[in-house]
Design a protein around this ligand. Structure first.
Ligand code: PRE
Length: 364
């Protein structure tokens, strides 16, 4: 329809209604923002945390309860995430460190969690994310902890051994891989990505990219950067990496398992408050005697505390000595969990509570 053509009067009338509602929405959002500014002033005085995962969870739960459609919960949640991102910008600009370079899945997870009202800081490796949070150069950090197909991320588990950073929130993200390129598929001779990504896209590579040269890159972002500047090269990576490097998505969602998820931790210098639906991460080494691990696990079993994850890593100090990581349902401030932690200490050489955090209820 050209600009000069008359619009359908029915459409015109509906758009007038939308304009009137938008006027109210903008007014209401700014009334909310005025209150947030006051919250920010209180927090500046009290030194309270700007990002409050307990309150975020309550706000999102409330929004879901209030929603009777037709908007899907998922859309309203995304809108509210961005509203709360605006709150950060009004209360205090936040710096979020993540495992870079720009366009990694850690970056994408951070953007989905914290929205467009904060500053993102790419860091060269996982220990640097811990370090920058502890030093206060970043307010929060985003690190991958576990993939549904590949298990624990060892660099993150190992970083806890040497850091005082606390787990503050968890984020679950569906990992979609895409073939990104600056030129058409017919001209592509080489496909670049991280080796782990190739193993997550085996079927697509075998069927569609059979005659292409598959080469490893340091990261999906690096692959996208090279694809943007080298004719005949495509990259497998996130849509965010494609956007950042001006690439087109030639093939979408090429992963073997469409439900491939990665769990990330938000790191902080302090602990998160109780919401009633929390998890607690604990790291420990047991005494070198038979049944020591079973004794710790029994402490949780006897109290009816469910464990959602267990991982082990070599202590790197003594051969065959391990650090165990468990995620237990509940908050470390709850009496049942407090008792379980204290009793577990008796069976451990060392035990550290890495943090209690609200359970992630949505996959972003
Ligand atoms: O209630 C707070 O503590 C706020 O900072 C406000 C607010 C919001 O916009 O609702 C902003 C950010 C959050 O982390 C949680 C809530």
């Amino acid at each position: 329809m050209s600009a000069s053509e008359p619009t359908d009067p029915a459409l015109e009338a509906l758009r007038k209604q939308i304009d009137a509602i938008d006027e109210q929405l903008v007014g209401l959002l700014n009334r909310r923002a005025d209150v947030v500014v006051e919250v920010g002033k209180l927090k500046q005085k009290s030194g309270g945390p700007i990002y409050a995962p307990d309150r975020e969870k309550l706000v999102l739960d409330k929004v879901r309860k209030l929603n009777h459609g037709p908007l899907p919960d998922r859309c309203l949640e995304a809108i509210y995430r961005e509203v709360m991102s605006g709150s950060f910008a009004l209360e205090k600009p936040l710096r979020i460190g993540y495992l870079g370079p720009a366009g990694t899945f850690s970056h994408a997870a951070a953007v989905r969690k914290f929205g467009s009202g904060v500053e993102y800081v790419p860091l060269s490796d996982i220990p640097s994310v811990f370090e920058e949070v502890v030093r206060g150069h970043c307010d929060y950090g985003m690190v991958p902890v576990e993939n549904s197909l590949h298990g624990g991320v060892v660099d993150t588990l190992d970083a806890f051994l040497a850091s005082s950073a606390k787990i503050y929130a968890e984020v679950k993200v569906t990992i979609h891989h895409n073939l990104l390129a600056a030129s058409p598929w017919e001209s592509i001779k080489t496909v670049l990505s991280k080796p782990e990504v190739f193993s997550q896209c085996r079927n697509w590579l075998a069927s569609t990219a059979r005659d292409r040269d598959v080469q490893p890159a340091a990261s999906t972002s690096k692959a996208a950067e090279i694809a943007a500047t080298t004719p005949g090269v495509a990259a497998i990576g996130s849509t965010l990496a494609g956007q950042l490097h001006g690439l087109r998505v030639l093939f979408e969602n090429i992963e073997d398992d469409p439900d491939n998820q990665t769990r990330f931790f938000v790191l902080s210098r302090e602990g998160a408050r109780k919401t009633g639906d929390d998890k607690t991460a604990i790291m420990f080494t047991t005494a070198h005697k038979p049944g020591a691990l079973a004794e710790v696990l029994d402490v949780f079993k006897e109290r009816g505390i469910n464990l959602t994850d267990i991982e082990k890593r070599p202590s790197k100090k003594v051969n065959w000595e391990y650090y165990f990581f468990i995620d237990a349902e509940g908050h470390a401030d709850e009496p049942r969990m407090k008792q379980a932690i204290e009793e577990s200490r008796q069976h451990c050489l060392q035990l550290t509570v890495l943090g209690s955090y609200p359970r992630a209820t949505e996959v972003l």
